[in-house]
Design a protein around this ligand. Structure first.
Ligand SMILES: [Fe+2]
Ligand SMILES: [Fe+2]
Length: 479
């Protein structure tokens, strides 16, 4: 392999492209964390699947073309490593009070606590989603889907490595303690939960998994894009490479939901039906249930962006730690001191727009960018329904619907954006959010399909195989 900054050293215990062997203290500290990580993986990673040989991609370079290599690997033998995108020569900070200064290669003392908090919060989501998804392998609709689940899981594990590297290298003893704590919290645990709400929810079935990877991994994309702008260069380079992997996670979600829709529409056409009960009787997921799942995952995910007005968001931006989505492409002063932004507020029982200082509204700005991106994919799902000649359309609920963070927390708002009474909410919630009965029905469809080239009845096969493999390719050797 050519020896450039992008080449990855696989002869070290921990694969890396950061010259780990030149920093013995750091190398020893990370090699000490490695067995704890593996213990966590064996405890909390995919259930009953550690002996399978899975057709996985592994990063071999950090340049965009030809960055990955595919092959059958047992998951505990996956080479989790530390990969930073190539350094940009003479990179400067693009926003905030340090705009125009050289990007930091070390943590500035005054921003240390905030940076650590940002890295820990991001890092905590990575193992959390592996924990949330650990039972799904038992009910996979095909080998292809099972392989995709495991690919997402090993890469979330690698994202944890990415954040732990930063903690170990730049935050001394505090960082090492935080790295330990990342392996100790557990998704959904009452005593020691994961940091953010959506990462303590269950992912009980495959429809929930596709919705999660569509919406919640997309939250990941927007957070990583904002961190890729950071003035702290190692964080920027780490997150830029994570984004390469993240794209596949969102693909799994978008194509997964699309295939569910496709199968449902096929059966509706074939039998000329639109009654949800009759769709269910044919063993497919009716479109109104899909809409309710969408409403749930969308609303829980947009909470992840935080309060609509936040002085922390202002501080993170002004101090150059976290930028906006596509910061460098924006045409403004990148300081935002005099700017304002319209947020929603509640006045006399109705939602009204209100202008607030832009710097305090940066969570809302990122949330709105996320919403635009999410809506685009829902348009592609609707194309599938339209093509089948059916009138049903999926849509996102109002952004005040089912919120638990920010201005709308504790408020009852319908999917079409009306502030409503508790009684109206209670009467309609089963049409708006997945009911116990919906979840039980979806769960009843989840059976394990493992025969090569076969798919569960409720989902269409993918248009193309992973890495262009043929339809009968053996993605998993079960041993
Ligand atoms: Fe991730
Ligand atoms: Fe992800």
């Amino acid at each position: 392999m050519e020896h450039t900054m992008s080449s990855i050293n696989y002869s070290d215990k921990i694969p890396n492209n950061v010259n780990l062997s030149e920093d013995r203290t750091l190398q020893r500290a990370l090699e000490h964390w490695q067995p704890s990580y593996l213990d966590w993986w064996m405890d909390m990673g995919p259930e009953g699947a550690q002996g399978f040989e899975v057709y996985l991609r592994t990063a071999i370079s950090t340049t965009p073309d030809g960055w990955a290599q595919f092959g059958h690997v047992k998951m505990p033998d996956y080479r989790w490593g530390i990969f930073l995108a190539q350094a940009e020569a003479d990179r400067t900070i693009h926003f905030g009070e340090h705009k125009g200064e050289a990007a930091w290669q070390e943590v500035p003392g005054e921003h240390r606590a905030n940076l650590r908090r940002i890295i820990v919060t991001q890092g905590d989501t990575e193992p959390a989603s592996v924990e949330q998804q650990r039972h799904l392998g038992l009910t996979a609709p095909s080998q292809y889907d099972l392989r995709n689940l495991f690919q997402v899981n090993v890469e979330e594990g690698r994202h944890l490595w990415a954040m732990v590297y930063l903690l170990h290298k730049y935050f001394g003893r505090d960082g090492r303690e935080e790295a330990e704590a990342l392996l100790e919290r557990r998704s959904g645990d009452a005593d020691n939960p994961r940091i953010l709400g959506a990462f303590n929810e269950q992912t009980p079935d495959w429809l929930a998994f596709y919705m999660f990877t569509y919406f919640t991994d997309r939250d990941g994309k927007f957070q990583l894009c904002a961190l890729a702008e950071s003035g702290f260069d190692p964080l920027s380079r780490t997150t830029r490479f994570m984004l390469t992997e993240e794209a596949h996670h969102m693909f799994v979600g978008e194509s997964g939901v699309s295939r569910v829709i496709q199968r449902t529409c096929e059966l509706m056409k074939q039998h000329d039906i639109d009654d949800p009960a009759r769709v269910r009787a044919l063993g497919a997921i009716d479109l109104p249930t899909l809409q309710r799942y969408l409403n749930f995952h969308y609303s829980v995910t947009i909470d992840l962006f935080g309060a609509d007005q936040s002085s922390n968001a202002a501080t993170f931006y002004s101090s150059g730690l976290k930028g906006r989505y596509e910061e460098t492409k924006r045409d403004d002063d990148h300081q935002l001191k005099g700017g304002s932004y319209k947020i929603l507020d509640v006045k006399d029982g109705a939602l009204v727009e209100r202008e607030v200082p832009m710097l305090n509204a940066l969570n809302e700005v990122l949330r709105d960018d996320f919403i635009r991106d999410s809506v685009a994919g829902i348009g592609r799902w609707n194309k599938v329904i339209e093509k089948a000649g059916l009138p049903f359309r999926l849509s996102v609920p109002h952004k005040a619907f089912n919120r638990h963070i920010g201005t709308f927390a504790g408020l009852r708002v319908s999917p079409d954006g009306r502030v409503i009474s508790e009684a109206e909410w209670a009467a309609n919630a089963p049409q708006w959010l997945p009911s116990e009965e919906d979840r039980a029905f979806v769960a009843s469809l989840m059976g394990r399909v493992v025969e090569t080239g076969k798919y569960a009845n409720w989902i269409a096969p993918p248009a193309v195989g992973v890495n262009k493999q043929p339809a009968n390719f053996e993605y998993i050797r079960f041993n």
